[in-house]
Design a protein around this ligand. Structure first.
Ligand SMILES: *[C@@H]1O[C@H](CO)[C@@H](O)[C@H](O)[C@H]1NC(C)=O
Ligand SMILES: *[C@@H]1O[C@H](CO)[C@@H](O)[C@H](O)[C@H]1NC(C)=O
Ligand SMILES: *[C@@H]1O[C@H](CO)[C@@H](O)[C@H](O)[C@H]1NC(C)=O
Ligand SMILES: *[C@@H]1O[C@H](CO)[C@@H](O)[C@H](O)[C@H]1NC(C)=O
Ligand SMILES: *[C@@H]1O[C@H](CO)[C@@H](O)[C@H](O)[C@H]1NC(C)=O
Length: 386
């Protein structure tokens, strides 16, 4: 105790909390001879200014033989300051930093290093309502044990899913009337999902009879696709040629649209895009796309045509997997959860909002790029198709 007070010239609070800490430590030490302090007590006596816990000081007091407190410099501030640490964490020794996470479920007991029997390499999320339970049950079974499964519930009904065995190992996130991109922005930060090599962010109304996720990933790897989707069965009515399944090949990266639609065969809608219903991202592509998702725009319209900004060259790294394909069932689901206004059906308002968001997104993207080019004093490249 005397040792600490003599050796540093800190502010009053530090001394007081240290003294209290030492006394606490003394009593705790009496009852726990091995000095295994419960973490609640440690944080309780943590000093507000230095960021150094009293425990650290206690340990020093117990082991130090000199009067030099290596944890503090002469003006009493923490000595550690590492500018290359993540912003805000500069005062922590790099060895303790864990900037990334995952969605692995862990036990409450046992040795942490033995918690995980399998470390999932891939992540699949479905944004679901209770009505699509059967369909999702079928879809989930197409994803092997190498996948972490996340369900984003937009209707608040989560407990009904427990009838499925796989539901126990799934992560359930619930927020009423929120969209896939709202959830993705909030719960799939690239640092949180950094363990996963591929991330599937899927709708709930996809028919997966001809789809197998492991086989899909093999093809994505083989063809170097950073952003992809399974081909869509043409019989389900299609918006774009690009995402239509071609039955004579494994993968395609470009296509022909109606005459006059493509200014450049390497640009959307002839190449370099996938739709937003069933995209699959590599880890690196997702890191970029997450940043491009706007916090306030929830429907994701316009995102499909802008995905190409995230990979280079886009017409080679974005593609459609034809030999693992899906059927888009076009079930109106979340769209019906809008609000009836001025005598119009709920879906009308939702659809209008989608269009409006698309316009906002395009304008923001164009403005941002223009601002950048002006700032850098360079002529924009000639690919204006946003
Ligand atoms: C800790 O420091 C912060 C910032 O200086 C201050 O706002 C806060 O009131 C302090 N807390 C305590 C418990 O002293
Ligand atoms: C205390 O440590 C600092 C740097 O770690 C060193 O420069 C100083 O000479 C030491 N003082 C004593 C009294 O050991
Ligand atoms: C503490 O001292 C170091 C050098 O001794 C100085 O660089 C630093 O700015 C000081 N910090 C404060 C908060 O005064
Ligand atoms: C899961 O991944 C492992 C390791 O890559 C692989 O050997 C295994 O076949 C995969 N499981 C399935 C069902 O494909
Ligand atoms: C960009 O397009 C315009 C008109 O289409 C053309 O005149 C110009 O030469 C192009 N610039 C480059 C760098 O290709």
């Amino acid at each position: 105790m005397r040792l600490i007070i003599n050796s540093v010239i800190p502010n009053m609070r530090l001394i007081i909390s240290t003294v209290i800490g030492v006394m606490l430590g003394f009593f705790i030490g009496m009852s726990f001879p091995t000095l295994q302090f419960p973490s609640g007590i440690i944080s309780y006596i943590e000093d507000n200014n230095s960021g150094i816990t009293t425990l650290a000081l206690l340990n020093r007091a117990g082991t130090s033989t000199t009067k030099n407190n290596s944890l503090l410099n002469s003006n009493g501030t923490g000595k550690i300051y590492i500018p290359s640490n993540p912003k805000g964490a500069e005062r922590l020794a790099p060895g303790i930093l864990r900037p990334e996470s995952d969605l692995y479920l862990r036990r409450l007991w046992g040795n942490p290093s033995e918690d995980l029997q399998i470390q999932h390499k891939y992540l699949v999320t479905f944004t679901v309502g209770h009505d699509q339970k059967k369909n999702i049950d079928t879809a989930v079974k197409k994803f092997s044990e190498n996948f972490t499964i996340v369900l984003f519930h937009y209707d608040g009904r989560t407990s009904e899913w427990d009838e499925f065995e796989w539901s126990k190992r799934a992560i359930h996130v619930s927020a009423k009337r929120q969209t896939k991109w709202w959830f993705a922005k909030r719960f799939l930060h690239p640092d949180i999902v950094a363990r996963y090599e591929y991330i599937f962010i899927w709708d709930e109304d996809l028919g997966v009879e001809h789809f197998n996720a492991e086989e899909y990933i093999k093809l994505v790897r083989k063809y170097g696709l950073e952003i992809s989707q399974p081909g869509l069965d043409p019989s389900s009515g299609l918006a774009w040629q690009m995402t239509r399944r071609m039955s004579d090949r494994e993968v395609h990266k470009e296509t022909e649209e109606r005459p006059g639609w493509c200014t450049d065969p390497h640009l959307p809608p002839c190449a370099a895009f996938v739709e937003i219903m069933a995209p699959v991202f590599s880890r690196n592509a997702w890191r970029c796309v997450w940043h491009m998702i706007q916090n306030d725009l929830v429907h994701g319209w316009g995102l499909d045509l802008a995905l190409r900004k995230c990979v280079e060259p886009a017409h080679e790294k974005i593609g459609v997997v034809d030999s693992q394909w899906i059927v888009h069932q076009v079930v109106p689901s979340l769209g019906n959860q809008g609000k009836a206004e001025n005598g119009k059906a709920p879906w009308v308002g939702v659809r209008n909002r989608c269009r409006q968001e698309w316009g906002i997104f395009q304008a923001r993207l164009a403005d941002a790029e223009k601002a950048y080019y002006i700032k850098m004093g360079i002529t924009p490249p000639n690919d204006t198709h946003a």
